[in-house]
Write a new protein. Structure first.
Ligand code: CTP
Length: 410
């Protein structure tokens, strides 16, 4: 193929010399499979962890590490100049230090100096190295210059120890990379020192010990909201109902719940000190009026009808108990019907719920639930209406935070 005809976004995947380098292969795979052209630029020492042949086979492109490789091509300048995104994963303490100092002592750091596209660095290191004032100062310098330095996750590190400094899940890194490519600008740290609560997933209302009433929500949109908020600097609590197949967002505290009542208690407890609450969870409006203590058996006759009781509307309760300056965001999944289209129902719901912002999604026909992408409208209490074009759920999440930040007091 004529290289000029290749319209795939170009990603430079920088790989630092940390044990998490092996996870960069999964990131590389995720990027190529979602239609990106990836050139891997490891540091020379990173090849101690993963061999060049692995990166070459997975990317279909040559792997070089030094500025003196490919001299006639002036690779140390060209790779950065032609990139749409430079993603460094894992970014070790040493690599962050060299990037912050503006060094160009290998092909990757030279590329960082010539890149004019968004740069995303995903740190992974031991907790002590992450918390060291030198590393924190380097991260602050890089962020000040517009580099997006992702929040590390907490959890198991190289050895038996656990703490902050773990590489976020590869799927989360790919999601963030896609977001930066679509936004084409850095993520602002405009939620720093803000406390944010996001509910996600779908509640299950027990019928008996083995059955429940549930819904199709996967939790992906709520997780994207939590992830993007954490990377914009917020202190995030995610109240998650039945999202077992999703990796915890890096930097967020996760509270797991089952039923609408458990979600209600958890959200109210967290909302008491929150600046923003986003109700992205699909909360059951009804629960079985009685929960059988043993499994309901077939009796051979007519089945006993299930009696339902209404669950409290948590968002309405939050609106009634709103703290001064608190911003409340709701979601509405609508299909449209004979009485009006999706937007008509969304407008009515915004007024009826009394929240500041309402994200309206059209659902049905395979849209929204369980998919990677989403689209809709963002309706504000001040009357503004913004169409949210189809794109990664992280992009919709980012648009929601763009609308939330101007509503936050100082
Ligand atoms: N919600 C809530 N508590 C409930 C039900 C929903 O807080 N018991 C929240 C959801 O998290 C979401 C919004 O309210 O932010 C959805 O509004 P809702 O009117 O419940 O949507 P539907 O259930 O789709 O309502 P309807 O069936 O009337 O269209």
């Amino acid at each position: 193929m004529n290289p000029g005809a290749d319209r795939r976004p170009r990603v430079v995947l920088g790989v630092g010399a940390g044990i998490a380098a092996y996870k960069s292969c999964e990131v590389l795979r995720g990027l190529t499979e979602s239609g990106h052209r990836v050139r891997v630029v490891p540091t020379p020492a990173a090849l101690n962890f993963v061999g060049a042949a692995t990166f070459e086979a997975l990317s279909g492109q040559p792997v070089r590490t030094e500025v003196f490789d490919d001299v006639p091509d002036v690779a140390h300048v060209r790779i950065g100049q032609t990139a749409d995104l430079v993603l460094v994963t894992p970014a070790t303490a040493d690599l962050l230090a060299r990037a912050a100092a503006g060094r160009a002592d290998d092909l990757l750091t030279a590329t960082l100096l010539t890149a004019r596209c968004p740069v995303l660095m995903v740190p992974a290191m031991h907790t002590e190295m992450w918390e060291h004032p030198a590393t924190q100062a380097n991260v602050a310098t890089l962020r000040e210059r517009g580099t997006v330095v992702a929040e590390p996750a907490s959890g198991r590190l190289t050895g038996p120890d656990t703490g902050k400094g773990r590489l976020p899940d590869p799927a989360e890194i790919v999601e963030l990379a896609r977001l930066l490519l679509v936004r084409a600008t850095a993520l602002p740290r405009d939620l720093a020192s803000r406390r944010v609560v996001v509910s996600a997933g779908g509640t299950r209302e027990p019928v008996d010990p083995v059955r429940f009433l549930g819904n199709r929500s996967s939790g992906r949109q709520g997780y994207a909201l939590a992830r993007v908020a954490a990377h914009r600097g917020a202190d995030v609590t995610l109240v998650a109902a039945h999202t077992a197949d999703l990796a915890d967002p890096a930097g967020a505290r996760v509270v797991r719940v089952e039923s609408a009542e458990e979600l209600r208690k958890a959200v109210h407890a967290e909302a008491a000190s929150a600046d923003v609450v986003v109700m992205a969870a699909a909360v059951a409006d009804f629960r079985p009026a009685e929960q059988a203590m043993s499994k309901i058996k077939k009796t051979g006759g007519e089945p006993t009808p299930l009696r339902l009781a209404a669950n409290p509307d948590i968002l309405a309760e939050l609106v009634a108990a709103r703290r001064d300056g608190q911003v409340l965001v709701g979601f509405a999944a609508e299909t449209g019907d004979a009485s009006g289209d999706v937007l008509h129902h969304g407008r009515a719901k915004l007024v009826h719920k009394g929240c500041d912002l309402l994200v309206v999604n059209a659902v049905g026909d395979g849209r929204a639930f369980g998919t990677e992408d989403n689209a809709g409208w963002l309706l504000a209490a001040n009357g503004s209406e913004t169409e949210l074009p189809r794109g990664p759920k992280a992009l919709l999440a980012s648009a929601v935070w763009d609308a939330v930040t101007p509503l936050l007091g100082s």
